[in-house]
Ligand binder design. Structure first.
Ligand code: FES
Ligand code: FES
Length: 165
């Protein structure tokens, strides 16, 4: 439970412990601080992108207890006690995850803005369903918008990674 502290100006702040990529961070946040901003600005994990900030584009996708969420729709205080995974946590030890390799191999990246969110949605899918159909892949990434690729190579990349499971 977050500890509430009122500063000299009378503004309430919350002392939270945030578990991100296996590390626990103790942070002071406002009640309305969004998880996406705390990740990007306080923790400097800028792999999580910001697009619409309305919950529509999926560029801010992170995993919360293994499930994809739009981090622009989650308050930082709500994330306390949950396991958050960002794109920086996908490839420990500087070795790319096989899904990241597959995106490269299938030219599934153009500008790259959607890519972190796509990879995290794809990883969540492959964890719960190691051998998805194309339809299941398309459903899993339906909340992640890409303005560049037309999705074909992204779907191919996720299916190819699933064949290595
Ligand atoms: S920035 Fe969060 S859904 Fe678009
Ligand atoms: S590669 Fe540009 S938005 Fe997807």
């Amino acid at each position: 439970m977050a500890q509430v502290i009122t500063d000299a100006q009378g503004v309430k702040r919350y002392l939270i412990n945030l578990s991100v990529n296996g590390d626990t961070h103790t942070l002071m946040v406002k009640g309305n601080s969004l998880l996406v901003n705390v990740l990007r600005e306080d923790l400097e994990l800028t792999g999580t992108k910001k697009g619409c900030e309305l919950g529509d584009c999926g560029s801010c996708t992170v995993l919360m207890d293994g499930k994809p969420v739009n981090s622009c729709m989650v308050l930082a205080v709500e994330a306390e006690g949950r396991a958050i995974t960002t794109i920086e946590g996908v490839a420990p030890n500087d070795k790319l995850d096989k899904l990241q390799e597959s995106f490269i191999d299938h030219a599934a990246i153009q500008c790259g803005y959607c890519t972190p969110g796509m990879i995290l949605s794809g990883k969540a899918l492959l964890t719960r369903n190691p051998h998805p159909t194309e339809e299941e892949v398309r459903e899993a990434i339906s909340g992640n918008l890409c303005r560049c690729t037309g999705y074909v190579n992204i779907v191919k990349a996720i299916l190819a990674a699933s064949e290595q499971e």
